[in-house]
Design a protein. Structure first.
Length: 271
């Protein structure tokens, strides 16, 4: 197949597409078209969403998926998909639905059925999960909570600067729905078919010091895939959750791109 010329970068919770600014510019300089679609209602800037988080409160996963299907399905050829945190889940969902030439899930949140819950993840998620009332709210992090969940290996000064530039509240509705996906019957919003041989190759990238989505989560997610399609993992020691903004991100961005280009379009061998 013709190598992909477009990269779609999918953001996670507590941030907006702005969190991809370094990678977007990096890939554009390499000649790629880069798209950073926002969740519905997240087209506003960080400052506006912090001032009025109503779009965050009203967010629903099916609307996010529909938006991504519209953006990706409207392209002339399958792109490379890369998602960070919750964006890693949406990347997996899109691959499962037949979109994309290859996918990279970076410090991904778990898809349905992944039940590993490290203590650091519990602590990092506690601001949202501590009260059922948060299911109907947009819940922000304090600078201290942000530092623990996103930037625990960063200096406090750098962490605060990134907090001011990137942080927005997260949807309690979506976060609680994901957290409870494994305790009720039937497929949930973050369901994927782990046995799907017809999806594009998938790479998990994991930060070794990530508190919010630790390597255990990525490894467990990987083990759930039983298809014969290429599914791999790469761990980076010393890296935190906000890996796309951490010192040395260029090396990781280049590896992700090289992996995606090498495996783009490959499917499981016919039986």
């Amino acid at each position: 197949m013709t190598p992909p010329d477009t990269i779609v970068l999918i953001h996670g919770f507590w941030v907006t597409p702005r969190s991809w600014e370094n990678w977007a510019e990096h890939y554009e300089k390499k000649g790629f078209r880069v798209l950073t679609p926002a969740y519905p209602g997240f087209e506003a800037e960080v400052e506006s969403l912090n001032a009025d988080p109503t779009p965050i409160e009203n967010l629903k996963v099916p609307e996010i998926i529909e938006k991504l299907e519209t953006v990706i399905g409207g392209l002339d050829s399958p792109p490379i998909l890369m998602g960070h945190s919750a964006g890693g889940v949406f990347t997996q969902i899109m691959l499962d639905r037949g979109y994309g030439a290859a996918g990279v899930a970076i410090n991904s949140a778990p898809t349905e059925g992944v039940q590993v819950i490290p203590l650091t993840q519990v602590k990092a998620s506690f601001p949202v999960l501590k009260s059922p009332a948060n299911r109907h709210k947009a819940v922000g992090l304090t600078p201290e909570q942000w530092h623990y969940a996103f930037t625990n290996t960063f200096s406090e000064e750098e962490s605060l600067a990134l907090y001011k530039r990137y942080h927005v509240p997260a949807s309690g509705r979506v976060f609680w729905g994901t957290a409870l996906a494994n305790v009720h019957p039937g497929p949930d919003d973050n369901h994927v078919n782990y046995a799907n041989d017809d999806r594009a190759p998938l790479l998990f990238i994991s930060g070794g010091e990530d508190n919010l989505m630790p390597p255990k989560v990525q490894r467990s997610n990987l083990k759930h895939y039983t298809s014969n399609t290429i599914t791999e993992i790469r761990e980076y020691p010393g890296k935190a959750h906000l890996l796309p903004a951490q010192e040395g991100w260029e090396e990781i961005a280049d590896f992700a791109l090289a992996w995606a280009l090498e495996h783009a379009g490959k499917r499981a061998p016919s039986a």
